[in-house]
Design a protein around this ligand. Structure first.
Ligand SMILES: Cc1cc2nc3c(=O)[nH]c(=O)nc-3n(C[C@H](O)[C@H](O)[C@H](O)COP(=O)(O)OP(=O)(O)OC[C@H]3O[C@@H](n4cnc5c(N)ncnc54)[C@H](O)[C@@H]3O)c2cc1C
Length: 394
């Protein structure tokens, strides 16, 4: 077995897994370690979770051969509708509509099933000869200016760079003494999928409700259902706790109340997933021969479906810097990585946090101001185009 690697990635989640594939496809030797076993991470059944992948992040998935390996087709998002409302009442007529044709032929992004990405990552990790995968395994990582040592069981490996892709509770980040700023939200998110009577027409809907945003994201048809959408809705934690105790019929009625009637009759498919929400940001993304990527570096409110996109863009930046570098862990390369990613991610954190605060209130004055704001932006084609380009990750 090869013992010397260019990059050792700890964490084979969507970000670590995609980065490993892209680096190996670029000719780099990669050690990838995850504490969980990989096969059970691959869900053979439809499980109701999905990711919104912006056009700008697709490049990373293509670089690793993941896009072509997706077993179920991604669903393009062609239009985005943003509305303001109250559950049980029709959305405010003052709404914002983003039409992808106003900025070109490309879709805003795609919705891909979480299990499809997992299956593609697992497949490519086994196909790419440049990746050595160890899972389940515990890695002990030590770093100094000369290099990185990774001990897994009785084996010792070396690498130029260690990448912490080990999620929000990153051990590598804590071991490096990198502090984290956290913003708690007294909200939780419910994620599920629904089949519905009428087509979604590839429109993503963001419906701002006082308890938190409600998103309907268009998904590709499954063998059983022609019209399918992913639902991500946030509400106050106590309300979500109550909803999670409801049986399927009553829970579906709660989804229908927030969704409105444009889809016709709806049916819950797959499981429901509940996540407590908080935002966090690492005060540094780098340390001696260490780079943080994905959720180990940042976590944001899912209001704009950008969490994984930020992680994929971190991975893209590292890929670009490491592809031709003589030393992937060199201090100037790590400085360039932090400069490329930290300000951009902080901006997205602030934007999603601000959006949530602006829309998660029922104060009549603020409601009026934001409805007028939506209507004003609707009449500003240049500003709308800029928003659309940002949603695409350009
Ligand atoms: C409600 C909700 C909805 C979301 N919706 C979207 C969306 O629509 N679009 C979007 O882009 N993003 C979304 N996100 C965010 C997205 O899920 C995360 O950003 C993404 O999962 C982060 O991937 P990651 O690989 O960085 O971390 P993780 O997915 O957390 O993976 C970390 C990996 O590291 C492994 N690991 C942990 N510790 C160790 C260790 N000590 N040693 C070895 N391995 C370890 C774990 O087993 C795991 O495999 C959403 C999040 C939430 C909560």
């Amino acid at each position: 077995m090869d013992k010397n690697f260019d990059v050792a990635i700890i964490g084979a989640g969507p970000v670590g897994g995609a980065l490993a594939c892209a680096l190996a496809a670029a000719g780099r030797r990669v050690l990838l370690v995850d504490k969980s076993p990989l096969p059970p991470m691959e869900h053979p059944d439809f499980d109701g979770r999905a990711y919104a992948i912006a056009a700008g992040s697709r490049a990373l998935l293509e670089a690793g051969g993941l896009w072509a390996a997706l077993p179920y087709p991604p669903c393009p998002i062609l239009d985005i509708a943003v509305t303001d409302g109250k559950p049980g009442r029709p959305a405010s007529p003052l709404r914002l509509n983003f039409d992808h044709r106003k900025v070109g032929d490309d879709a805003f992004g795609w919705i891909i099933e979480a299990r499809a990405l997992r299956i593609a990552i697992n497949q490519r990790l086994h196909e790419l000869s440049g990746v050595t995968l160890m899972a389940p395994a515990e890695a002990v990582v030590t770093r100094n200016a000369a290099g990185v040592s990774v001990i897994v069981g009785a084996e010792t490996f070396t690498a130029q760079l260690a990448v912490a892709a080990d999620g929000r509770s990153s051990r590598l980040r804590d071991e490096a003494g990198i502090a984290v700023t956290r913003i708690p939200y007294r909200q939780s998110a419910v994620v599920c999928a629904i089949a519905h009577q009428r087509p979604h027409n590839n429109i993503a809907l963001e419906h701002f409700l006082p308890g938190g945003p409600f998103a309907q994201l268009p998904m590709s048809a499954t063998a059983e259902h022609e019209n399918v959408s992913a639902i991500v809705f946030t509400d106050k934690t106590d309300i979500v706790a109550r909803l999670s105790t409801l049986d399927t019929t009553r829970f579906t009625a709660e989804v229908a109340k927030r969704l409105g009637t444009h889809c016709g009759a709806i049916e819950l498919i797959g499981k429901r997933w509940t996540y407590p929400l908080s935002a966090m940001h690492a005060q540094r993304y780098v340390d001696t021969r260490l780079a943080l990527v994905g959720d180990s570096a940042h976590g944001i409110h899912p209001i704009a479906g950008q969490g994984l996109n930020l992680g994929l863009r971190d991975a893209m930046a590292l890929l670009e810097l490491c592809s031709y570098a003589r030393d992937c862990g060199a201090p100037d390369l790590l400085r360039a990585y932090q400069a490329a990613r930290r300000p951009a991610n902080l901006l997205m954190l602030a934007a999603t946090d601000g959006l949530d605060r602006l829309f998660s209130t029922d104060n009549p004055a603020i409601r009026l101001a934001r409805d007028l704001g939506l209507a004003a932006v609707e009449r500003m084609p240049r500003l709308k185009r800029r928003f659309m380009q940002a949603a695409m990750g350009r």
